[in-house]
Design a protein around this ligand. Structure first.
Ligand code: 5GP
Ligand code: ZN
Length: 395
């Protein structure tokens, strides 16, 4: 554990609804920061540092205060609407399942935020996915398979670099140059926290690792009218969101899996399907015995975009999060979301309805590792104590 600390008084008191959001952004402020803590009262920030800040203390403080001001100054608390509350549903386990999973060799941490899952998690995830596929079948969703790499050109077109620059993961390769490739082969070593190779060995970035699944569908529809004007699709994919030192336990992974059901069509078509999704999943989550609630939420936009974008999402109820209870820490974790993007992708990508207007999109997305983690956090690792539907399906 780092012993160097920096205590700061934020320039403006951080309101309760922003404490978590500001804290998670502080990870990206400076490489010296090992972890950040914002007091619940919002009037104290404690940074743990990898080394003494020395002469850099003032610079780090200035950057922290910039984050605080940009995110908190003049911020109005969003009106959180709770659409479903099943948090009181009985659960039978109260420890962090990760400890037991690691001890049993069911989970292995290959590197920070990169986990391998053994038979128990794999079977559970396959079962939960089969239940999510019932939702897809209900809508007769068309199956798609998407790549893990995502085109940087398309991500640029949908303004991703403005909204979520901090969480991007870049794919690169060695430049096509015999000397560089030979030099790399002879000298490359993993040192400290990464490869020792100089940045100029690597190519320009043409591709990223996908941060979401549904984007691939929208990209494939770009610059054309949508035949028939509507589409329901489903796909599972590996997603990547770099979370810096917020990568703790199974709650935040750099590399995770999402099953999505995706709606493309008119505004009414998308909104009706999003609402039907929620009602359909209500029954499934009940059978899974999950304690959860569904509430309005916003995406974790980066500092400069946060206030405006989060307020917009909230005002128009663009995102509902399914938050499962984690009894061991008396908190909740987003295991999925019901999203409506309005005509954002239609406008940016030139996808049109038969009348020439931009198409609307939405998706229902489930984070598979998080669903399994939340289930085990609520019901433990002993199948005998699981809700009947899960026990019987896996026996
Ligand atoms: P969204 O598109 O709403 O941000 O993400 C959809 C779902 O993916 C989330 O509700 C969550 O279950 C999952 N997810 C998002 N970020 C992470 C992450 O960092 N780690 C894990 N394990 N799942 C995530
Ligand atoms: Zn999506």
């Amino acid at each position: 554990m780092p012993e160097h600390r920096l205590d700061l008084a934020p320039a403006v008191t951080i309101p309760p609804h922003l404490v978590g959001q500001v804290q998670s952004k502080l990870a990206y402020v400076d490489e010296l920061i090992a972890s950040a803590d914002v007091a619940e009262s919002g009037d104290r920030i404690t940074l743990a540092l990898h080394a003494a800040a020395g002469a850099r203390a003032a610079e780090i403080e200035e950057k922290v205060q910039r984050v605080v001001r940009e995110m908190a100054q003049g911020s109005i608390a969003p009106k959180v609407e709770i659409l479903e509350d099943h948090l009181a549903r009985p659960t039978s386990y109260s420890a962090d399942p990760l400890d037991e999973l690691l001890a049993r060799g069911e989970v292995y941490e290959e590197s920070t935020g990169i986990f391998t899952f053994g038979p128990l998690m794999s079977r559970l995830i396959a079962y939960f996915e089969s239940r999510f596929l019932e939702l897809a079948a209900h809508f007769d969703a068309q199956p798609y398979r998407f790549p893990t790499l995502m085109s940087a050109k398309f991500l640029d077109r949908v303004d991703y670099f403005r909204a979520f620059p901090h969480s991007l993961t870049f794919a690169t390769h060695l430049r096509e140059d015999l000397d560089i490739i030979n030099q790399f082969a002879e000298t490359a070593k993993y040192e400290g926290k990464g490869l020792n190779s100089p940045a100029e060995f690597f190519s320009q970035v043409e591709a990223m690792l996908s941060p979401a699944v549904c984007y691939h569908l929208y990209f494939s529809l770009a610059d054309h009218p949508l035949p028939n004007g509507q589409l329901v699709a489903t796909a599972v994919g590996t997603c990547f969101r770099y979370e810096s030192n917020n990568l703790t336990s199974l709650e935040r992974l750099w590399n995770f899996t999402m099953r999505e059901v995706i709606f493309v069509g008119s505004k009414d078509f998308v909104l009706e399907h999003r609402e039907q999704s929620r009602q359909f999943m209500h029954r499934i989550f009940e059978e899974l015995g999950l304690a959860y609630q569904v509430e309005t939420a916003n995406d974790p936009f980066f500092v400069g975009e946060f206030r405006k974008q989060a307020a917009f999402q909230n005002a128009f109820q663009l995102k509902y999060e399914i938050r499962a209870r984690l009894p061991f820490k008396e908190s909740t974790l987003a295991i999925g979301s019901y999203n409506y993007h309005q005509d954002f992708f239609g406008r940016h990508l030139g996808i049109t309805l038969p009348d020439g207007k931009p198409i609307h999109t939405g998706c229902t997305a489930f984070g598979l590792e998080r669903v399994a983690h939340a289930f085990l956090a609520q019901h433990g690792l002993d199948p005998a104590r699981w809700p009947a539907a899960v026990r019987e399906a896996l026996s």
